[in-house]
Design a protein around this ligand. Structure first.
Ligand SMILES: [Mg+2]
Length: 284
């Protein structure tokens, strides 16, 4: 029974620089059992090498090929739409590297696209330049539309907030590539090399991970170790297939079927984990 996982990172694997207990063991099991997986992130700041290094510092050993960022999805999408194009970039290393790797030149005059990603380099000079380029015909591309991102010291504005400023100023709508866009969800599934029904999306955010998974027809797992609580679920018209506290609980559930996909029909627990006999009562 073939299956594999697309796994969001922030709120699933770690919170800031803190590992969520049990996530390392879950990834270790996937590696040991040769279950395919990819990490899927809407953060365009880091290259896949940066991301692998961050995970390694937390004790999770993965290869670069296990990482799929919205910066990569955006650059590949643009390379398909307009090979060898030019881009004016408001963003950081991950996005610049991905564009270069996909045959794009980063320019500051007359670009084909204005591409916006996460970063701390955002300033009004860049915004002014971008607005003028868009008014002259450059197309506005967002790596994602996340309104904000959690950090250790609280929320910071996300890529979506920066993009909203450009949209309002120019009266145009950005095309967004990151989760939940089918562009990124489908590209990630192809990276995994699996079919829709074999793909399971694990995430902590309803608006991106779960919505994207539901729209593509993947199986979906919501973990409550990040930004969503059980009570929040009532406010949504779509639902995840499985809800767990964290990857530690998902690992426990997988254990019961010896890591066969319990969400598929016909997969039954391999062994009963309930005690087969009542506990012995000592004579008084
Ligand atoms: Mg997340």
């Amino acid at each position: 029974m073939v299956y594999g996982f697309l796994i969001d990172m922030d709120g699933v694997i770690y919170r800031g620089s803190e590992l969520i207990p049990g996530s390392d063991r879950f990834i270790h099991e996937l590696r040991t059992r040769n279950i395919p997986f990819r990490f899927l992130t809407n953060n365009s700041q880091r290259t896949r090498r940066d991301v692998a290094a961050k995970l390694s510092r937390m004790g999770i050993e993965v290869e670069e090929e296990h990482i799929f960022t919205c910066a990569m999805a955006t650059a590949r999408f643009l390379a398909q739409q307009k090979p060898n194009g030019t881009a004016f970039v408001i963003g950081e290393g991950g996005l610049l590297t991905a564009l270069h790797e996909n045959g794009y030149a980063v320019v500051d005059h007359d670009p084909d696209y204005v591409v916006v990603g996460e970063g701390r380099t955002f300033n009004l000079e860049l915004v002014e330049a971008a607005v003028r380029m868009i008014m002259r015909g450059a197309k506005l591309i967002a790596t994602n539309l996340d309104p904000n991102c959690p950090t250790q010291s609280g929320l910071r504005p996300g890529c979506g907030a920066m993009v909203a400023m450009l949209e309002t100023a120019t009266g145009t709508k950005a095309f967004s590539v990151g989760k939940p866009s089918p562009v990124m969800m489908r590209a990630a599934r192809k990276e995994l090399g699996l079919t829709t029904d074999e793909t399971v999306m694990i995430g902590d955010t309803m608006e991106t991970d779960i919505l994207g998974g539901v729209q593509l027809g993947f199986h979906t797992v919501l973990v409550l170790s990040g930004g969503t609580s059980k009570e929040d679920l009532d406010g949504y018209t779509y639902r995840p297939k499985i809800v767990v506290e964290s990857l530690a609980e998902l690992a426990e559930m997988m254990e019961r079927t010896d890591w066969r996909p319990f969400w598929q029909p016909g997969v039954t627990p391999k062994r009963d984990l309930r005690p087969t006999r009542p506990p012995a009562v000592l004579p008084s």
